[in-house]
Design a protein around this ligand. Structure first.
Ligand code: F1P
Length: 294
């Protein structure tokens, strides 16, 4: 069994631990009303997007998400939260150094032996969710769950849905599809982006992701017989029928969107297996991107 298969299967237990940890780490996490930016690279950036939408949607204050390399240094934030499994990603460390003293910083990391421990003012270590696979699954969703629990938005039902996502077979015929589009709304947009990234990294699949209402504004042209469109969360009125009328497969998101991401991770691993790929070591990827000083 691949590392990623093992790691993605342990997400329910990891989420329970993160939710239990959230209370004791509250002092390092934003209080309601603070102006917050959440940052990361790759998978961590997409988790940042989801967390930012959750917090702002819960009325806890303006919350932005940025790729670490695109941080708008002209803006003022009370707190910057950096997500980095490895704790070594260059763009994240550079950002933390630049905002030091201007905003309080908190890093969520999987490795307590790395430079991020010194680079941030506060650190939450989620080493129980660290991974051996290059491809991130459980660290990302565990970091998001810690934040979700801190925002008061995590429930036991989410963990139950993750167990369902792991136990149920994938929809018949999905692995054989030639193209995949993931759709989100609100916080599930970041999750849809992450599902698409996972499919590209682990399975070299042609995948895209959009806000659900944007899909009709162009991307639906791709959809036809042989493709699949997967909604994370409640679908906008009429969209499922519109996709089916093209001949494309519609996959409804019946579970909590984070559990739907678990299903998509499983799909990526299944497609990798069908294509004879090693999902733990995608081509051209490393555990983290560490750039030489320029
Ligand atoms: C972020 C990241 C991963 C990506 C790849 C390179 O790492 O971009 O999301 O899949 O492995 O690194 P990190 O800062 O969360 O360690």
């Amino acid at each position: 069994m691949s590392h990623v298969q093992n790691e993605l299967s342990s997400q329910p237990e990891c989420w329970e631990r993160a939710a239990a940890l959230a209370g004791s780490r509250a002092a390092t996490l934003p209080v309601a009303g603070e102006r917050v930016a959440i940052v990361g690279c790759g998978t961590s950036w997409f988790m940042a997007q989801a967390a930012a939408a959750l917090r702002e949607g819960a009325g806890q204050g303006e919350t932005d998400a940025f790729a670490a390399s695109e941080f708008p240094y002209g803006r003022t934030y009370d707190r910057v939260i950096a997500l980095s499994r490895s704790g070594t990603t260059t763009e994240v460390l550079d950002l933390l150094a630049k905002v030091r003293g201007r905003a309080r910083t908190t890093a969520l990391t999987g490795d307590p032996t790395t430079p991020v421990m010194e680079a941030a003012d506060d650190v939450v270590v989620l080493d129980f969710a660290d991974e051996r696979s290059v491809v991130q699954t459980r660290f990302a969703t565990t970091a998001l769950t810690l934040l979700r629990a801190h925002f008061g938005l995590h429930t036991d039902a989410v963990v139950a849905d993750a167990r369902t996502a792991l136990a149920e077979p994938l929809p018949e015929g999905l692995v054989e599809r030639s193209q995949f589009t993931f759709l989100g709304q609100g916080w599930s947009n970041g999750l849809a982006q992450e599902a698409a990234l996972k499919m590209r990294e682990a399975a070299l699949a042609w995948t895209e992701a959009y806000p659900a209402m944007e899909y009709r504004h162009g991307p639906i042209s791709i959809t036809t017989e042989g493709t699949a469109t997967w909604m994370f969360g409640q679908a906008p009125e009429g969209l499922a029928e519109q996709v089916r009328s093209t001949g494309g497969m519609w996959v409804a998101g019946r579970l909590d969107p984070l559990a739907e991401l678990v299903r998509a991770q499983r799909l990526a691993v299944a497609i990798a297996a069908a294509r004879g790929l090693d999902p733990d070591s995608p081509r051209h990827l490393t555990r983290s991107v560490v750039l030489a000083e320029g």
